[in-house]
Write a protein that binds this ligand. Structure first.
Ligand code: AMP
Length: 219
């Protein structure tokens, strides 16, 4: 099963992808994490992506698609995967669709996690992430038990450099201009199911699992 999680920055795609990945036993493929990892390793890909990420802009499709297709060619993706943060443009969606079709596969379902814009700004401005396992925390709504440390693995928490107010605004602008057309794209393909991302983590996960059931809801 190949599943795409769509939604604005801060909608909870990463949190939900981790839950769904564990429940379904499918790998979680997060394009942002792959870029951040490349950046940390100072690889050619990381250096290419750096300037775009810092500005809150999208890395060009050609680079992003190549990175993702390479990742999903690994054997752990043979039975499918959960895409988080990819595709983000119609061009990326078309390239992914074509690559999967060539392998006799397809995107099975696209889950749109809907959250109002004001809420997104609040969530991103208080967000802290574990450097080791990527678990997200929030200074107000879900603080860690020990300040600065991950509850799950004890790793150090950090704030993403692109979670500053100015960059967050740019990322949201880019999302509305370049990614929201994917809602209609996948609606037309009869693959889109919308869930209410304003609810708590478990309630959102439940909606997603229900939508993924055979015969689950479609928009
Ligand atoms: P994310 O962690 O998904 O918020 O992504 C962080 C940053 O990585 C984005 O602001 C982009 O600069 C870049 N990025 C992640 N995914 C994509 C994508 N599918 N297409 C282009 N750029 C991406």
């Amino acid at each position: 099963m190949n599943i795409v999680l769509l939604g604005a920055p801060g909608a909870g795609k990463g949190t939900q992808a981790a839950i769904v990945s564990q429940r379904l036993g499918l790998p979680h493929i997060a394009s942002g994490d792959l870029f951040r990892q490349a950046l940390e390793e100072k690889s050619e890909l990381g250096l290419l992506a750096k300037s775009y990420m810092e500005k809150g802009a999208l890395v060009p499709d050609e680079i992003t698609v190549q990175m993702i297709l390479q990742r999903i060619s690994a054997s752990d993706c043979d039975s499918g995967c959960i895409f988080d943060g990819f595709p983000r443009t119609v061009g990326q969606a078309e390239a992914l669709g074509k690559a999967l079709t060539d392998q006799g596969k397809a995107i099975d379902k696209v889950i749109y996690i809907k959250v109002a814009e004001g809420e997104l700004l609040k969530r991103l401005s208080g967000r802290w992430l574990c450097r080791k396992c990527q678990t997200p925390y929030h200074t107000v709504s879900s603080p860690p038990r020990v300040p600065g440390k991950c509850d799950k693995c004890g790793g150090d928490l950090y704030q993403r450099p692109d979670d500053t107010e100015e960059t967050v605004k740019e990322r949201l602008k880019v999302y509305f201009a370049q990614t929201t057309p994917l809602l209609d794209y996948y609606r037309r393909e009869n693959k889109l199911a919308e869930v209410n991302g304003k609810l708590g983590i478990e309630a959102v996960a439940e909606q997603i699992i229900n939508a993924l059931e055979p015969g689950g809801r479609i928009e």
